[in-house]
Design a protein around this ligand. Sequence first.
Ligand SMILES: [Zn+2]
Length: 430
Amino acid sequence: MIVRNCEIEGRITDIKIAKGRISQIGGNIKGERYFDAKGGALIPGLHDHHIHLNAAAAAMNCVRCGPPEVTSESELIRVLNMKGEGWLRGVGYYHSVAGEIDRSWLDNNGPNRPVRIQHRSGRLWILNSLAIDHLSMEAPKDGRLLDGDNTIRSISQFPDLRPLVNRLLSYGITGVTEVTPSNGAAEYENYIKAAKPLRLTLMGKAELSLVQSSHLKLHYHDHNLPPLEELTAEIISAHQAGRNIAAHCVTRAELMLTLAAIDMAGAEKGDRIEHAAIADEAAMEWMSKLGVIVVTQPNFIAERAAAYLKDVPREDHENLWRLKAFADRGLKLAAGSDAPFGDPNPWAAMAAAVKRPKGFEAEAISPDLALELYTKPADDAGAPARRVVIGAKADLCLLDRSWAQAKLGLDDVTVKATWIDGELVYNLID
Ligand SMILES: [Zn+2]
């Protein structure tokens, strides 16, 4: 395929994609199948370096069906019929909303997709006919399944990822790093199929093989921090197995303990600190000495600014979700959404990195640097950002405007098309 009239690093040109790679860049490339970019910027496909796919997919397909959000039958019908695809899960239903609803009520009033609604008590599920079709065992005729959690689990061990994957493709995302600590072999087998066509990097438990996962995810919190020796031993054994570690570090204590353990174990190239939400001068110094990669979430400072201003002590505001100070020190830096805890839209996150909320402006970075956080290689968040050059993998994202225009407001950008391995996987028809 040929992409004509695209802007690459400030220059209007054509590119040819062959065998999953960029084979040619230049003016007037001849060929039959072509895509007119109309002068839009063609950039490397974005990579979300920190996401929880199953949880994000489940959250996307879940609606509140009871008080205080939903209090009447018409409200319930409205929330059930909001746009979406795949399984829909409702939670918190209470009979004050629309009485003892059942299968036929859902068939008549709900959407044309499998629906299951959980009663507020947690004991009762109400299913529509499409949902019952998916059950591996007999369900009551009226669709009201009491104490049927095991039956429900048989259909919902892994949520349908398609709606989430489609949404990510529409942002120009071509790859994700799935970082859920409980990821084991079953999750790996599911993700390599269900996350397609996204390029997938997976982290998880120690039992995963090197082929399945390059990083062991360490996930400790202030309330259950292990002794230093224990954490150090865990890091050493991961390294001995040829794996890196990626450690969840939100608080100061989590970060300092983890850095001490990495220091004692000996840092390996590729070891990652996830979040580094609070980092003072001493922590930054230590991270640069160890050469660890920081994977941050530029979206949180915008999403949670009001709560931070209220709850975080004044003297720590400058240490929150740093970007510029990390970059100025030459720390290896990449970004991810942490969806479902953060908004999965990387354009909103990049905009937040450039224009941080009031009180946190000092850590703002340039639009070019913000983009680089999302264009690091899928398997190495610490490497330089990818570029659109001959020989590179054709994981690409086409914008509706030039990069100079995009920089004026990154959250206004619309992605026109996305390619993975040279395949057109998203195309906004306009
Ligand atoms: Zn996370």
